[in-house]
Design a protein around this ligand. Sequence first.
Ligand code: ZN
Length: 80
Amino acid sequence: MSASSNDSGRDDTPCYVARCLCGCKRLVFASVDDGKHPKETAKDVAGLIRKGYTIERMSVSEVRVAKWMCAKNVQPSVRL
Ligand SMILES: [Zn+2]
């Protein structure tokens, strides 16, 4: 519906996000809340809350630059 072009690369579409529970604060989940599949999004979010995650909201642009994967869970590339 919007006539504005998005050539800046910014995307303010809201997302639901969850951060790692270990305290590293990295993202482990993000779901775009664009209203296209509200039931699935609600189910995902409810499941995460049940597992103890705190759900936050941020824009797609913020999710893109956020750090992902648990910092304590990064596997070294060298095997001993
Ligand atoms: Zn972590």
